[in-house]
Structure formats: C-alpha cells, structure tokens
Design a protein around this ligand. Sequence first.
Ligand code: ACO
Length: 388
Amino acid sequence: MSGVRVAGTGLTPFGNAPERTSRDLFAEATQTAFEESGVPRADVEAVFYGNFMGELAEHQGHQGPLMAEAAGVQAPATRYESACASSGMAVRDAVMRVRNGEHDVVLVGGAERMTNLGTAGATEALAIAADDLWEVRAGMTFPGAYALMAQAYFEEFGGGREDLANVAVKNHDNALTNEKAQYQTAISVEEALDAPTVSSPLGLYDSCPLSDGAAALVLTSEEYADEHDLDAPVAITGTGQGGDRMALHDREHLARSPAAREAGTEAYADAGVDASDVDLAEVHDCFTIAEVLAIEALDLAQIGEGISAARDGRTTADGDVPINLSGGLKAKGHPVGATGASQIAEVTKLLAGTHPNSEHVADATTGLAHNAGGTVASATVHVLEVME
Ligand SMILES: CC(=O)SCCNC(=O)CCNC(=O)[C@H](O)C(C)(C)COP(=O)(O)OP(=O)(O)OC[C@H]1O[C@@H](n2cnc3c(N)ncnc32)[C@H](O)[C@@H]1OP(=O)(O)O
C-alpha cells in the first residue's frame, strides 16, 4: 500500500471577509498550496472538497466542479458534507484513493463563508447539523449543546469554568504567532471568566468565532513524490472515522466522545502507533469543553483528567503533548468546511519545522489531527509522521 505525502498546504487568513465568495477564498488557498508543492495543476487527478452550508450562506450547491474550476484544475471533483468535519472527511477519502493506487496526485480542501449571515443567521444555519426534529425545533443551538456537555462533565468529574478558561488562554497564546489566525491576541483567565455568557456555563471565550476562510492540500503518492524529488517530508500514515447518535438524548454519556474514540482507535491502528507516540495534536475545540472531551477520547489524557490538562501545563506549548499550537478553532477561527484540512496543514508544518510554533516541538515526529462534526456525531482522525 502506498504512503500519502503532503506536498503543499495553503490557507487564507481566517476571519471576517463577508464580501468574499467561497470560490474566491478557495482559489487563494489552492494557489498557495500549488506554489508550495511544486506540483503542476495538470497532474491533479481528482478534487476532494469540504463545505457545510454553501446553500444557506451563498445559495450555491454542486460545489465540487465549481471549486475545481476556481482552483484552475480540470479533474473530477466531489463535495463532502459532514458538518464541521466536512474537509476532514474529504481528506480521509482522498488518502484512501491515493493509497489504493487510484490516484497519484489529488487536491483536497474546503471553504466556508459564514460572517455574511450575521450571528443570528449563522447560528440558525449551523443548527442544521443537529437533529432537526428532536433538537433544533426545541431551540437547540451549538453553544447550547456543548454547554450541556460541559454541565454533564462538571457533574461527573468536577472542574469548572476556570479550568475551561485555561484552555482558551492557552489557545489564544498559541495563536499569537499565527499570522492567519482570526485572534492574534492574548487573553487572561480573568478576562475569560468576566466575558459575556453565551450559554451557561460557556462564555464568549469558550466559543470559537464565526469565520470565513479556506484551506487546501496537495497530496501525492510516495512514488510520485520520490520521482519528482518533492520536498515533502510529512506523510499521512493513519486515518480513522467514527460516528454517534445524532440527538443528545440518545447518547449514553454526554461527557464522552465515542465517535472521536472510534476514529482515533482506527487511525492509531492504521498508522501502527499509539497515543504515547503522539508529540502534538490539533483537536476540534469548537468550544473549550470539546478540547477536553477530544483529548480524553484520543487517550492523550485520562478520562476525568482532561479538564485540568491546560491549567496544569500538560497541553501548553512546552507541555508533554502541546494541543492546538495553531491557536485551534478558538483563536485561529473556524470556517467550518475548511477546518479539517487546515488542521492537517498546521500539523504538517509543525512536523516539518516550518511553522512559527515548531520551535516548541523541535524533535516531534508524530502528530494527530481530529475533526468533529456537529455534536461529534461524526469524527475523523489522521496521524501524520515525518518520513526518514
Ligand atoms: C462541531 C462544531 O464545530 S460546532 C461549532 C460551530 N460554530 C459555532 O457554533 C460558532 C460559535 N460562535 C458564535 O456563535 C459567536 O462567535 C458568538 C455567539 C460566540 C459571539 O457572537 P456575537 O455575540 O454576535 O459577537 P460579535 O460578532 O458581535 O463580536 C463582539 C466582539 O467579540 C469578539 N468575538 C466574537 N466572537 C468571539 C469569540 N468566539 N472569541 C473571541 N472573541 C470573539 C468580536 O471580535 C467582537 O470584538 P470587538 O467588539 O472588539 O470588535
């Protein structure tokens, strides 16, 4: 089976760009990815594109061929939709299709336009990733859903808002050097605790923002990378996917993330590594409690101990396993359809030594990316490794 190299990565700045269309954003991200890779567009054999709510945000469906065109590529193209895990799923399919020998070069990525909807409009649009009959019609929003998870976690394991504030402070600190991040600003625990409540116990700084942005990756087979002498030292060596019931009332535990555990278990086995090999991870911190649940599900923290990991410095930039060195969704931003591919881009650069925060993980050889959909009813995990 062939390994899959990350030959090039491209990100737009994440943030407020309500005047830009997603095709415009994707064109920018792909331009950077092609330049970085040295791979000609003519060699691309397929396009895998993630987007969640293009129909609602810009009245645009059928985005696969549209985005191939925006990228200047003539190749079959497919759009993937799995809520906030849309481009993570696109990466997973792309990896499998390169591995099985179907393709040598593929373009993968995603984009989302959100801020043109405003907060109320975006909240309503995002809610379609929850169960419409049982949750959305009863008033469920995503901040509300994750607030329920935080309450359940505090009841079962203890901890509180100050622990979550430490997750936000860490991720804002990490974003200080990330020129593409939406918030390159430090915050204090006190500022986080004093911020307006969004859905109790979660406040403004427990939440990811609304963001516009795009991410792109050029992936190649190992053979293509070798034959073309590409500077592509990082490979995706493990991929996994997990799922869960949609409605929260059907879940056994609100303070667990079984879809992430299933995806992680599969990805670790696929790569032939385990959690103790992971030197750094980008996990889906759409809300601070989501980071806590993710690191526990991925065995990067013991069950019940994820809540104190940031406060105790275990997941900070110089901790045992730095989490979200990019700033995470919290501070880097979360243009939903772009997030999964952007996490792969960040881990690639961190491992290759080309990320501003690589200095914190100079000896790292193994990284992980975890991308979650909705209330983690879907999840993907990828393991990336530096090749000899
Ligand atoms: C599986 C998943 O991924 S689910 C997650 C899907 N995504 C979401 O649910 C998005 C969650 N976030 C939100 O809905 C919004 O960002 C909210 C509700 C937290 C804040 O929205 P609003 O209250 O309308 O904030 P508004 O846009 O007016 O901004 C007010 C100020 O707060 C800042 N701000 C807004 N959101 C955030 C944030 N998440 N973190 C830090 N600062 C923020 C703005 O920059 C602005 O600052 P300024 O006054 O200095 O210019």
